[in-house]
Design a protein. Sequence first.
Length: 191
Amino acid sequence: MINVLMFGPPGSGKGTQSVTLAKKYNMLHLSTGDMLRAELAAGTELGRKMAAIMSAGELVPDEVVIAMIAQKIDSTTGKTGFIFDGFPRTVEQADALQNMLKERGMKIDLMLVLDVNDTELMDRMKKRALVSGRADDADEAVINNRIAVYRAKTEPVIDYGRRAKVSRTVEGIGSIDDIFVRLCRHIETII
Ligand code: B4P
């Protein structure tokens, strides 16, 4: 099994690219954002508890997303590996993922870091707000908070990848197809 982390600020294209990469390489796409939004949409107790945190652009508690990911890893069969999209988002989540994989005889094989500037991020999320109905895309102050939370709590996770020599920075500006090709080039080096 190969394990790829799709990394980058909010709106950098992690979700967009993970969907097509997972299809191409027969990997399971694990998006903690999608899982949380599914809880919200289903009106579960967990979803109701997380709604306010997410619409403020804050991170939900580590234990919530760690439990979601562990459950998915253990219930998956028939895939070449996992694409982790939007997870880990804190150093604590990175520790938990590393331990989870180690206990199952796996490791993080590649960390793809999408590089996109803040102006472009803001522009993309405002555009998505017109169609997504996502509360966290609708308000400029919330988008700014999400970017600030990324810089403060998530960006330090890149050091993990650097230490393990698995991180690769990829230019995240350009057409979706061109960025896909750039990402595939890196995945081809580990399969
Ligand atoms: P996520 O769902 O991960 O949201 P995201 O960061 O906005 O998405 P992404 O970067 O995948 O952007 P996308 O491809 O869609 O998280 C949402 C919230 O959930 C978090 O704020 C937090 O509250 C919670 N959460 C999730 N995971 C968590 C965790 N591990 N711990 C704690 N809390 C967690 O792209 C954005 C837009 O850009 C799209 O409209 C797309 O069409 C467009 N786009 C993509 N590529 C483009 C390109 N090359 N050019 C132009 N536009 C492009």
